[in-house]
Write a protein that binds this ligand. Structure first.
Ligand SMILES: Cc1cc2nc3c(=O)[nH]c(=O)nc-3n(C[C@H](O)[C@H](O)[C@H](O)COP(=O)(O)O)c2cc1C
Ligand code: SF4
Ligand code: FES
Length: 534
């Protein structure tokens, strides 16, 4: 059995069975997880081979057979779908002579869920590099270059802020906030963060100070996980932060770690952002002199949306399949490796450094706007601004009729004078969550869009519980029946019944929120469904 030297080195480096990074490394280097490599890891980490197979088969980026040399992942999630990813898909098929799901010895061609480039859609990843604003001509050129071994210029997202005003989120704190924090006790920092009103930006909006207090009160050494999984379709703000203000994010992580008495923090980064790992690692290295021995380790995901959930993320870091855990115990009581753990979003953590600066307030949010717009992007705005104001900045292509708040936040009708206020959006039956806005104009069919989103949830359901696993699948079947002209109004009632059932009986928030888009669409745009029914 011949194992490559760097795999041997890598396995020896990890003392806590950090399986996902090891497997990611092998997958990226050798293109698949061979039996000999799995056998080697199993021996070295004293872990049954079956356990490694069980874990690896959970993640869509891992493969047990050697496929093409180059992996193409074309996104077909909402914003790309609205911006003609179907045409791009056909152009790829024609250029490489493969259908999605097929491979030859040059290419492996897969359809991907949102890759976090929604404002520059349609987009694809080839060998981990993002290519955006694709046209048929661009795709043909890129793939022909790869085929003939020519170096292709990557079209990586630049994350340029919309230039009109300096964004607060881009302010560099130059480790002055950490210095101020270190002059205080952890308990006083927590008081300050509580008083500031900072709430989580990952979607649930929980008080950050209170979360830290739960960990601190255990009296034990805490653990911090920075959640950079960002898998929600339509969301790309955390990438924007990592591209444009990495140093201040690292400072925020250091402040949180100090408050939590944490000596080893983790950044869980989605595998789709592999091209940002180098930048992130370099900034961690160059910040070391300011970190007083704090270890910050990057763990890379492998294509599973559920791993953004706060309990799944812990299983993933522990080298397991990313199934959610039962609560209680809550992460603050017993989290990663049974330690009291705080999980915080990237935008939350950068704000823990920014809130030490003059004039900071908790009203600013990063809105991600994409879909049927000419100039989508990340917009820093105060909550409460009108639909017209925000959507106008992104330049809609046509008359806007609806807004989808990511895949899981729901669907509401567009009303120029309504505003992006958490309570007001809730009154409409949706959730503003992490401020993800997918703009839908009069030319996009609501039913097809709901079908696209349901297919996303079918793909991303972890399979642990029946309502989410089977229910979403049945809804997809019904939506296919309707879009093929075979559906009836009775089917709409059945969909509604299934939605209620899935919402109330699913084990975790993924299933519980998977039908929000359909419930809203059926409430506000029922006629579009009925028009397709027999
Ligand atoms: C399926 C699912 C995916 C999630 N994905 C993310 C994510 O990518 N990033 C994130 O910060 N939170 C995500 N969350 C929310 C986290 O569970 C958690 O609430 C959040 O990381 C807490 O950080 P905060 O308090 O700073 O917002 C997700 C939740 C679920 C149920
Ligand atoms: S609701 Fe159930 S099947 Fe769906 S992701 Fe959560 S645990 Fe898995
Ligand atoms: S990158 Fe395609 S929808 Fe997000």
């Amino acid at each position: 059995m011949v194992i490559s030297k760097d795999i041997i080195k890598l396995v020896k480096t990890y003392n806590k069975a950090n399986l996902i990074n090891i497997l990611n490394h092998i997958q990226q280097k050798e293109g698949f997880l061979s039996e000999k490599n799995i056998e080697y890891i199993s021996k070295e980490l004293s872990m049954p081979m079956a356990r490694i197979y069980e874990m690896a088969s959970f993640y869509s980026f891992f493969s047990f057979e050697k496929k093409g040399k180059h992996t193409i992942r074309i996104c077909n999630s909402p914003s790309c779908y609205m911006n003609n990813s179907a045409n791009i898909l056909k152009a790829i098929e024609k250029t490489i002579g493969l259908k999605s799901g097929e491979y030859n010895n040059i290419f492996d061609f897969e359809i991907a869920q949102c890759i976090g480039c929604c404002d520059e859609s349609p987009a694809m990843l080839v060998d981990g590099i993002s290519y955006t604003k694709l046209t048929n001509a661009k795709v043909i050129e890129i793939l022909n270059n790869i085929k003939s071994g020519k170096k292709t210029k990557s079209i990586n997202y630049t994350g340029k802020p919309p230039g009109e005003h300096a964004m607060n989120i881009l302010h560099k704190t130059n480790f002055m906030s950490l210095k101020k924090a270190k002059s205080m006790s952890p308990e006083n920092i927590i008081k300050k963060v509580k008083k500031s009103g900072l709430t989580g930006r990952g979607g649930a909006g929980f008080s950050t100070g209170l979360k830290w207090e739960f960990v601190n009160k255990t009296g034990k050494e805490g653990t911090l996980i920075c959640n950079f999984d960002e898998g929600e379709p339509g969301t790309f703000k955390d990438k924007f932060i990592v591209i444009n203000n990495t140093e201040t994010l690292i400072e925020g992580i250091a402040i949180a770690s100090y408050a939590l008495k944490c000596r080893h923090a983790y950044i869980y980064m989605r595998g789709e952002y592999d091209y940002l790992k180098g930048k992130l690692q370099e900034t961690i290295n160059s910040s070391k002199k300011n970190l007083d021995g704090l270890e910050i380790e990057i763990i890379e995901g492998a294509g599973a949306y559920i791993c953004g959930d706060e309990t799944s993320i812990m299983n993933s870091i522990e080298g397991k399949a990313g199934h959610p855990r039962h609560k209680p115990p809550y992460p603050a009581q017993s989290g990663l490796w049974q330690t009291p753990t705080a999980i915080n979003n990237v935008e939350t953590l950068i704000n823990t450094a920014l809130l030490f600066c003059e004039g900071w307030n908790n009203d600013s949010r990063l809105f991600c706007v994409s879909g049927d717009v000419e100039e989508g992007g990340v917009f820093e705005e105060k909550t409460g601004l009108s639909f017209k104001e925000l959507i106008g900045k992104a330049k809609p292509k046509e008359k806007v009729k609806a807004l989808f708040l990511g895949a899981s936040g729901g669907c509401i009708p567009y009303d120029a004078n309504s505003c992006f206020d958490y309570d007001k959006i809730k009154q409409k039956g949706a959730s503003l969550g992490s401020c993800t806005i997918i703009v839908v104009d009069k030319n996009t069919g609501i039913v097809e869009l709901c079908k696209n989103i349901t297919a996303f949830f079918v793909h991303e359901s972890c399979g642990k519980c029946t309502p989410c696993r089977e229910g979403n699948y049945r809804i997809l079947e019904l939506l296919e029946k309707i879009t093929s002209g075979e559906g009836t109004k009775q089917d709409l009632l059945l969909i509604e019944e299934l939605c209620d059932f899935i919402k109330t009986t699913s084990f975790c928030p993924l299933g519980q929120s998977s039908c929000n888009n359909l419930s809203g669409a059926l409430k506000y745009f029922r006629r579009e469904f009925e028009r397709l029914c027999k």
